[in-house]
Write a protein that binds this ligand. Structure first.
Ligand code: RTP
Ligand code: MG
Length: 148
């Protein structure tokens, strides 16, 4: 089973969308194995978005992600990285389909409510950045065979 790192960004928390965002992933079939609210410091934000260093939106992006608490989580499931990205929708909420989180709740690329890892390598890297191994709970769902 694959794992991915997902986070409700500060705008999602401020707007009271935490439960709705988590529900979108749960109803899709993703299994929640870790969850916490936290504030991200600048050092962690710059590591997390390191691939974007040097781009014009890097500093505003880091300022945004440290501007308030986030809700970080780890989701598990077959092909969960792709599944979670599909639940989130396109990066720019104006291009995201209605029915996706960004399509339903966003208006601006710089306020797009949610983050999700984009590859197995970034999922591994981001889970290790945000969670200690003991913060991840292994459990089995009785309904697993009805999803996979
Ligand atoms: P994320 O990493 O936050 O899940 O978003 P993503 O994979 O869909 O998009 P990515 O290319 O990784 O960009 C990271 C975040 O940077 C902001 N962004 N702004 N102004 C711009 O052109 C621009 N491009 C990206 C977005 O907030 C995006 O989520
Ligand atoms: Mg990304």
């Amino acid at each position: 089973m694959e794992r991915t790192f997902v986070m409700v960004k500060p705008d999602g928390v401020q707007r009271g969308l935490v439960a709705k965002v988590i529900n979108s992933f749960e109803q899709k079939g993703c299994k929640l194995v870790a969850l916490k609210m936290m504030k991200i410091d600048r050092e962690l934000a710059e590591k997390h978005y390191g691939e974007h260093k040097g781009k014009p939106f890097f500093t505003p992006l880091v300022d945004y992600i440290i501007s308030g608490p986030v809700v970080a989580m780890v989701l598990e499931g077959k092909d969960v990285i792709t599944a979670a990205r599909n639940v989130m929708g396109a990066t720019n909420p104006l291009q995201a389909a209605i029915g996706t989180i960004r399509g339903d709740y966003g208006m601006d690329i710089g306020r797009n409510v949610v983050h999700g890892s984009d590859s197995p390598a970034s999922a591994q890297r981001e889970i290790n950045l945000f969670f200690l191994p003991e913060e991840i709970t292994e459990w089995s769902r009785t309904l697993e065979t009805w999803i996979f």
